[in-house]
Design a protein around this ligand. Structure first.
Ligand code: PMP
Length: 412
């Protein structure tokens, strides 16, 4: 078959299985009220949890950064692209979320995807074993592959099962436990304190991807590790700057020695152009907002939104048909159920489980026709049979947006 025909057949197959993905074009800044594909909608789609992506101070900081440092970095960090803005951002991040380490230091990356690959591939060497949560993000899965380590998957959020695996692996090689802190498609939180206790007992690294917790978790937004007051030199913390922080990029905070090792060995740090310094300059402003009164007020407002939406969708029940009018998705509702269930989410990520791919797409289309963008997420992003709407809340939503959405969803 002609190579193009192979691809055409593959695309047709994705269509038939309800797995074909499409992009929608937005003509407006990232905000709950956006214009996509020429239609005005209220979106529950972005990771702009604090509503900072469109904050005037950040927009100003970005332009000021561009005036000061230019539009691009011009090179990789080790060959001329490392600017004062990157250095200042590193210091700010180490101070903000490095409370868990003795000598915290930070390193910035162009994206969270690259930071995760760096974290795993550089820490693991030959003979290393990686213990990875079954629902970890794709970038951690890819990082584990590139680490060329022996990868063991432990059941989602199950520290007891992980403990048994670690106890059974009495070899002396490097061990790394890796987990999302807030799971990107379910919104539940990893048992970080239990995982850290295991890491300490077995002298393993605990690599935490806090893409969805940084800026949101903890009273000052310093993230999921700080929120629990955990402390250990074995912690390696990854946060992203394109979600709650409203800009772009990512970072790792860890003990000084770990960061120095990453600078020497992390290929996704060394062999890529440094992000525009203006982005780092804007991220410093963003952290200022997140740590201050404005950030606190935004987290409080978001918490109110989460309570409202989770109370409404947490009570939905299954029809047994895979249709959207109420599959169980939370806590006690799941016990003994034969239908797939999701754990209760207390975060800004609120999934509504649908089941079948096409049913999830149909529900998303129905909602879109009524002015709400609630994206359907399907395999392989989520396990087969658990297609869902992935709703994400922002402090920039109005309570009325959520009330109206709940009404429309309930009637769909
Ligand atoms: N980790 C998690 C849990 C994520 O959800 C994402 C982005 N969706 C990433 C890492 C990657 O971050 P970035 O978008 O900055 O590449």
């Amino acid at each position: 078959m002609h190579p193009l025909e192979v691809l055409r057949a593959g695309l047709a197959d994705l269509q038939v299985r309800g797995l074909h993905r499409r992009r929608r074009i937005s003509d407006t800044p990232c905000a709950p009220r956006i214009r996509i594909d020429g239609r005005d909608v209220v979106a529950f789609a972005s990771n702009d949890y604090l509503g900072l992506a469109n904050h005037p101070e950040l927009i100003e900081a970005l332009s000021q950064g561009a005036r000061q440092y230019g539009a691009g970095s011009g090179g990789s960090h080790l060959l001329g692209g490392h600017s004062r803005a990157h250095a200042l951002l590193e210091d700010t991040l180490a101070e903000y979320c490095g409370g868990f380490a003795r000598n915290p230091r930070a390193l910035t990356f162009s994206t969270g995807y690259m930071a995760n690959i760096a974290m795993l591939a550089a820490l693991a060497g030959p003979g290393a074993t990686l213990y990875s949560d079954a629902l970890n993000h794709a970038s951690l899965i890819d990082g584990a592959r590139l680490a060329r380590a022996d990868v063991r998957i432990y059941p989602h959020g199950d520290a007891a099962a992980l403990g048994e695996m670690l106890a059974a692996d009495a070899h002396a090689g490097v061990k790394i436990i890796v987990t999302d802190a807030v799971f990107s498609m379910d919104g539940d939180i990893a048992p970080l304190a239990d995982l850290l206790a295991l890491a300490e007992r077995h002298q393993a690294w605990l690599a935490v991807d806090d893409a969805h917790g940084f800026g949101v978790q903890g009273s000052d937004g310093a993230g999921s590790v700080a929120a629990l007051g955990l402390r250990s030199p074995l912690l390696v913390y990854m946060g992203t700057l394109g979600k709650a922080a409203g800009v772009a990029g990512a970072f790792i905070v860890a003990e000084e020695t770990v960061i120095e090792w990453l600078i020497q060995r992390a290929r996704t740090y060394i062999y890529t152009t440094a992000a525009a310094p203006a982005l780092a300059h804007a991220a410093i402003s963003s952290i200022g907002i997140m740590r201050g009164g404005d950030g606190q007020a935004r987290r409080a407002r978001l918490a109110g939104h989460i309570e409202m939406l989770s109370a409404a969708i947490g009570t939905r029940r299954t029809t047994g048909t895979g249709q959207a009018s109420g599959l169980p998705r939370a806590g006690a509702a799941c016990a003994g159920s034969e239908t797939a269930c999701l754990p209760r989410s207390s975060t800004a990520i609120q999934p509504v489980l649908v089941g079948a791919n096409q049913a999830a797409l149909d529900l998303a289309e129905t909602l879109l026709a009524q002015g709400f963008w609630a994206p359907a997420v399907r395999p392989p992003t989520v396990p087969p049979g658990t297609a869902r709407l992935r709703l994400s809340l922002s402090a920039a939503h109005e309570p009325a947006d959520i009330e109206r959405f709940i009404e429309v969803l309930s009637a769909s």
